[in-house]
Write a protein that binds this ligand. Structure first.
Ligand code: SF4
Ligand code: FES
Length: 361
């Protein structure tokens, strides 16, 4: 038995999305609409999550607004007692749909943006008219009085636009901006050479964020998700494996993180077969890297073992082929130099074509 309580549920309602961003963290093998969980099952999942102690649910995807039952799902999560956060591209969100969602119990909206220049933003999203739709969506969210977060995924193609991105978040009336450097999972890893920024550009961006945090204190909160490939120590991925978050995929697999399905040798339990509580408590997958007992050296005995929990298992596997090793983002990992060299080579690759995300590869 674990005494841990999940804080949040990441409900990947669907993998369908009108956009085709090449840095999407969804898996290359996307789930089709006919495999998605139905409204009734999601309702039970929300109730289970709340009974387990979860406080909030991120209604995510793909693009959650493509679910015809999104208002019903929002209401089910709300009635279960969860704080509801819609994570959306903004495409499909208008005054009418937002009023409906708000009446259903929506608490917060996070809109992702690709940049400030509409043509370039639409090009990377692989969707014409997206930038305009996002601006309008942000406007109606603020007009409805809902809390708004802007999520800007940062990569080589837009890192120099960061000052303008910060200005845009202020102009749109967001209370929070997530400056999220690409995390290399799913589609992002397939596009790493086209996305990786130069280290100097990352350092400039980090300084910019620091300065903006001070100058915009009281106006805009800025979160900064740094690129692991340029870190000295890893972050506690998902707050530590099986510690804070449960991800449920569109077809009902319960995972400790959004990329766990890339790890070999796991049979992930499905919410169609078992309750979320049973899965959280007893499933092999959630227990596998929970805590510190599984850790090899140098994590074992390290004073950060219960801070970063050894970093990201999926990244360790993607780079070394072994999920049970220290995340190479850590400078103490024997693979750290290799990771840095990969990043440097990718950043200098000059590759500027993308493999856009789409169902069916
Ligand atoms: Fe974290 Fe392991 Fe590196 Fe220590 S050795 S800082 S626990 S990843
Ligand atoms: Fe799986 Fe980090 S994404 S542990």
């Amino acid at each position: 038995m674990t005494e841990l309580t999940p804080i949040g549920l990441l409900a990947e309602l669907t993998h369908r999305c009108p956009l085709g961003c090449p840095y999407c963290s969804n898996p290359l093998e996307l789930t089709r609409a006919n495999q998605e969980l139905d409204t009734k099952t999601w309702t039970r999942v929300f109730e289970d999550a709340a009974s387990l102690g979860a406080m909030h649910v991120h209604l995510s995807g793909g693009e959650p607004l493509v679910r015809k039952d999104i208002a019903e799902l929002t209401n089910a999560a709300h009635l279960a007692g969860l704080y509801t956060n819609l994570i959306t591209s903004g495409v499909g969100l208008n005054a009418q749909s937002l009023t409906e969602l708000r009446a259903a119990g929506l608490d917060h909206v996070q809109i992702s943006i690709q940049g400030v220049d509409p043509t370039r933003a639409d090009a990377i999203a692989h969707f014409k008219g997206g930038a305009k739709a996002k601006r309008e969506a942000a406007r109606v969210v603020v007009e409805e009085g809902l809390a708004l977060t802007i999520n800007a995924v940062i990569h080589r193609g837009n890192i120099k636009d960061l000052p303008a991105i910060i200005d845009l978040a202020v102009e749109w009336g967001a209370g929070r901006l997530e400056v999220a450097h690409v995390q290399y999972h799913g589609w992002a890893i397939a596009n790493r050479a086209s996305l990786m920024p130069a280290r100097e550009d990352f350092l400039t961006a980090a300084k910019l964020v620091e300065d903006a945090r001070k100058s915009l204190e009281g106006t805009l909160v800025i979160d900064h998700v740094i690129p692991d490939y340029y870190a000295e120590r890893p972050k506690a991925c998902m707050g530590g494996w099986g510690r804070q978050v449960i991800v449920v995929t569109p077809d009902g697999r319960a995972l400790p993180c959004h990329a766990a399905a890339t790890l070999p040798g796991f049979a992930f339990d499905n919410v169609k077969d078992r309750s979320l509580a049973e899965i959280w408590e007893t499933s092999e997958a959630f227990q596998k890297f929970r805590g510190t007992a599984w850790m090899p050296k140098p994590c074992q005995g390290c004073d950060r073992a219960e801070i970063d929990w050894g970093g990201c298992r999926c990244q360790a596997f993607a780079i070394t082929g072994n999920a049970a090793t220290t995340d190479p983002a850590c400078a103490l990992s024997p693979e750290h130099t290799k990771l840095r060299e990969m990043a440097t080579a990718d950043a200098a690759s000059g590759i500027s074509t993308y493999r856009f995300r789409r169902i069916g590869g």
